[in-house]
Design a protein around this ligand. Sequence first.
Ligand SMILES: NC(=O)c1ccc[n+]([C@@H]2O[C@H](COP(=O)([O-])OP(=O)(O)OC[C@H]3O[C@@H](n4cnc5c(N)ncnc54)[C@H](OP(=O)(O)O)[C@@H]3O)[C@@H](O)[C@H]2O)c1
Length: 303
Amino acid sequence: MNATNSPLSPNGPQLSELVAGTMTWGEWGANYSTAEQADLIGHCLELGITTFDHADIYGDYSTEEGFGRALDQHGTGVRAQLQLVTKCGIQLETSRRPDTYVKHYNSSHAHIMASAERSLTNLRTDYLDLLLLHRPDPLMEVDEIARAFTELRNAGKVRHFGVSNFTPGQFALLADGVELVTNQVECHPMHPDPLFDGTYDQCQRRGIRPMVWSPLGGSDYFKGDGTAVLRLRAKVQEIAGAYGVEEDVVLLAWCRRHPTGPLPVLGTTKKERLNRSVRALDLQLERQHWFEILEAGRGYEVA
Ligand SMILES: NC(=O)c1ccc[n+]([C@@H]2O[C@H](COP(=O)([O-])OP(=O)(O)OC[C@H]3O[C@@H](n4cnc5c(N)ncnc54)[C@H](OP(=O)(O)O)[C@@H]3O)[C@@H](O)[C@H]2O)c1
């Protein structure tokens, strides 16, 4: 298979070019059993998709634990063959966290340390390859975050750190105090904002690769029936036909075409769609096709 791992930034972790997103593997989606998740993990590894994207909150705080049980079925040797990414910083209001009475963000030292420890336990691992702050916390204090990250790194519990959904200004603020290896952001033709709001420019200047969530636009692309999505789908279908591939392959190739080398975080829970996804690694979209898709996604031509 084609996927080979490469660095996310000059000193960053070696991740697979496509990342398996686990958000809907458990309670928030497919509700797979331990055996089904173990099977899916094995399938991803066979495809060369060796990096798995988590968050403490997925499945209402249950998905990491389910994944950890499934990983256990592969035996201890498997850990060295894969990379675990997880996130912290969102606190959900749920019966599983009775002390939280309003959804909020928390980037305090105590919360980062506690959340990382829980992720290690739930994922049944000694270390995380990458820990991301899930959302920018308006109350974040750089020194406090830096202290938590330094302690986790020195203890060998987390190897690298990054952020998600940060504006360039928020990224620069935190990067003054800590080495950040990525910004995981939403980017697809209906939401191409990181291409134009300075996010990707900043990545390119710093030599870091963005990770991209909802690279297909989430299920809206397939299920939506509004004018914008229908226009985009018609264009993507036309271009997919020209290359002799499926629509999702074109959307992933569109995502990857940017010079920063974005890593799509795949949302599918289906083996056949994962099989298809890797075909995007061999598809280089012609520049005008890339712009046609941008135009269809935004609904207007470039100036
Ligand atoms: N950092 C953040 O703030 C953040 C936010 C959201 C998500 N994420 C991460 O990003 C990952 C991906 O996000 P996403 O799920 O929005 O990504 P996506 O890949 O854009 O969308 C996946 C959705 O589309 C469906 N789908 C895929 N191919 C399809 C097809 N050919 N026909 C019909 N439906 C199709 C999938 O259903 P099936 O499972 O049935 O294929 C799934 O519901 C998540 O798992 C998570 O790890 C991060």
